[in-house]
Design a protein around this ligand. Structure first.
Ligand code: SAH
Length: 397
């Protein structure tokens, strides 16, 4: 018999709205002895069947719903979910000319704990929940059925696996060893991605739409691209006709790749057009302020500053600080393109933080455009938490 959980009275409400998470505090009792990640049935207090879910005994999110339909969670279940994921991205892949994109975005694709990015023939997977780990072999079989010529590589080297009682792991799951770099294309720009050692699964696919939007602000401008990683916004700025782009990051391998990405696109990488600067952005901005160096455009795409509710205030202060500095080194009429990938910071709060930065900078700031995560990172109507990346274009006087 399939193990099961019974919920406390009234705690089925979120499931009725198709939200996939069941917190430990909502559970009345567990029937049977489900293993780490095993598929269980979920019942309401009065015994009504609600969902098939994956059991996560180590996590506060005690179960994640695979399906609200009473069918087996097997290879054909995953094939059908992957087909849905492809279907909803089909137009976007063609529109943006993508050979690298997010195929599966976890809960947002009704596949809790599974992230899959496709770089050419390489599928890079992160299995972030006990349930995803438990069904890994089935998931791989389903992927091979849909993409018979694919190679599958695992990048489950993420600390949140600990909360699920899982070790971090990486390596080939199917097919060939990945090469050191795989060249993908988006919006006509070529980008080499190192899926073995790059951040996340190798590249920040989620900023693609914002990178494209950034192009319209940079023609003939002096651009400072903070937290450049492997080029991202810098490459789009060069394509958009920037007079000069300074890319700043603390990772030398990322900067080296940024430069070779610029060369790959035949952009002019002479010092008068492009600089790849190994620098701590916090220090660099202060130095520019002291020196009186000014830019037409500052791009501010930092790593996640808010990792839990406990550090929301300190994270918000971090965003305020760097954005204040960015405003202070902009010429009058300059543009700040600023982003936050902290899901726990709402777009409203981020706007308030930018407003506080404006006050502290002593500059007048106008919001002129809003951005969000790229279209292959959708937000499911039942799972608003899937929306995490937001940004603004601001004019600074
Ligand atoms: N804008 C990029 C993604 C940025 S990811 C894109 O579109 O692809 C964040 C980057 O910040 C990483 O490359 C990391 O190396 C860098 N980083 C983190 N802390 C930093 C610091 N204090 N100064 C400079 N770079 C930093």
């Amino acid at each position: 018999m399939t193990p099961a959980i019974y919920l406390l009275k009234g705690r089925e409400k979120s499931l009725k709205r198709k939200h996939p998470w069941i917190f430990s505090g909502a559970i009345k009792n567990v029937q049977g002895e489900p293993k780490l990640g095993e598929t269980i049935d979920v019942y309401s207090n009065d015994g009504k069947w609600l969902a098939k879910a994956a059991y996560s005994p180590k996590s506060q999110i005690r179960a994640r719903v695979w399906s609200f339909k009473n069918k087996e969670i097997n290879k054909s279940f995953f094939i059908s979910r992957f087909e849905d994921a492809l279907l909803l991205r089909k137009d976007i892949i063609v529109r943006d000319g993508l050979t690298g994109f997010r195929l599966v975005a976890g809960e947002s694709d009704s596949l809790p704990g599974i992230t899959i990015d496709k770089y050419q023939s390489f599928l890079v997977c992160q299995f972030l929940s006990a349930g995803a780990e438990y069904l890994k072999d089935t998931i791989i079989e389903a992927l091979i059925t849909i993409f018979p010529d694919c190679n599958i590589y695992e990048r489950s080297d993420v600390s949140i696996r600990k909360k699920e009682g899982l070790e971090e792991c990486t390596g080939v799951l199917h097919g060939e060893q990945p090469p050191n770099s795989i060249v993908i294309e988006e919006n006509g720009i070529k980008i080499a991605v190192d899926i073995k050692t790059g951040h996340k699964t190798g590249f920040y696919l989620d900023q693609r739409d914002s990178r494209k939007q950034a192009m319209k602000y940079v023609r003939d401008k002096e651009v400072l691209n903070c937290f450049s990683y492997t080029g991202g916004f810098g490459l789009y700025s060069m394509k958009g006709g920037a007079a000069r782009v300074i890319n700043a990051d603390v990772s030398q391998p990322a900067l080296d790749l940024a430069k070779s990405n610029a060369e790959l696109n035949n952009f002019d990488v002479s010092k008068k057009k492009a600089v790849f600067l190994n620098a701590d952005v916090f220090k660099l901005l202060r130095e520019y302020r002291e020196q009186g160096t000014k830019f037409d455009v500052v791009i501010m795409d930092p790593p996640k500053f808010v990792s839990s509710k406990n550090n929301l205030t300190s994270g918000a202060n971090g965003y305020k600080d760097i954005n204040m500095l960015a405003m202070q080194i902009l010429k009058p009429g300059g543009t700040l393109l600023t982003y936050s990938c902290s899901g726990l910071m709402s777009a409203d709060l981020f706007q308030k933080v930018i407003a506080d930065a404006a006050l502290d900078s002593g500059r007048k700031v106008k919001f002129i455009e809003r951005f969000e995560q790229a279209a292959d990172h959708p937000t499911d109507s039942a799972y608003p938490e899937g929306f995490y990346l937001k940004g603004f274009a601001c004019k600074v006087l």
